[in-house]
Design a binder for this molecule. Structure first.
Ligand SMILES: C[S@@+](CC[C@H](N)C(=O)[O-])C[C@H]1O[C@@H](n2cnc3c(N)ncnc32)[C@H](O)[C@@H]1O
Length: 218
């Protein structure tokens, strides 16, 4: 049986161009997403000039948005086709291949990590190392912006769902926040979109902003 990660990589390679064309204007169409990303970017900037990584960046449209907001943004993704597309569409921005569970980044170098709709492809039993990596690469005081298809249930951590591209899970937002706290993050803010905001599946979409405590922000 194929590794879920290999299947995810192959499937996103196959749909990269279509994904880009479908979602390149997504932030214009989703004002709540935009508001949370704007607030995250503002907080990161207040913390200094440290770089930001968009992890599971796909074709780089959110990375491009962070760059336009004045952040030193880079994108990382599992899919070579997504990375090629991102480089083509955003020639001034650094994009690299990588896996969110083993990032090729030094400890404590980033002011912000953003990961939008990308942890959904990680099997729940493998999410711990991903959150540990997000924590490791952030500087003390750095911010994590994490968003994902979500549920208000708490009886499980995640439920598989029929994603059109790759194996995917809908996550209990309370339990994800608990796990992130267990990893060492403090919660700063959350926004939970109503199911009616998702006309396709009727899922909640949750944005969590977390902070790695620092000397000046214990
Ligand atoms: C639904 S798309 C989201 C893309 C973009 N963040 C957005 O908001 O439109 C999910 C992306 O996550 C990437 N991805 C999935 N698992 C990953 C992993 N373990 N490491 C890095 N990227 C991953 C996929 O290749 C895909 O480009």
């Amino acid at each position: 049986m194929a590794e879920p990660r290999d299947e995810t990589r192959t499937r996103y390679d196959e749909v990269a161009q279509l994904y880009y064309e479908t979602f390149k204007d997504t932030l214009r169409e989703h004002p709540f997403d935009r508001a949370m990303i704007d607030a995250f970017a503002e907080r990161v900037k207040e913390g200094g000039a440290r770089p930001v990584a968009d992890i599971g960046c796909g074709p780089g449209h959110i990375t491009g948005y962070l760059h336009a907001l004045g952040l030193d943004a880079q994108g990382i993704d599992l899919s070579p086709e997504m990375i090629a597309l991102a480089r083509r569409e955003h020639p001034g921005i650094a994009f690299s291949l990588g896996d969110m569970s083993a990032l090729d980044l030094p400890d404590g170098g980033l002011g912000g990590v953003l990961s939008r709709a990308s942890i959904i492809h990680t099997p729940p039993e493998r999410i711990g190392p991903v959150f540990a990596e997000f924590h490791r690469v952030l500087a003390p005081g750095g911010f994590l912006s994490l968003s994902f298809q979500a549920s208000d249930r708490t009886d499980r951590l995640a439920w598989p769902f029929d994603h059109r591209v790759a194996p995917a899970w809908q996550w209990s937002y309370d339990r994800v926040a608990d796990l992130l706290r267990d990893t060492g993050f403090a919660e700063v803010a959350r926004l939970v979109g109503a199911p009616e905001e998702d006309p396709v599946r009727g899922f909640h979409f949750c944005h969590l902003v977390m902070r790695k405590p620092g000397a000046e922000n214990p």
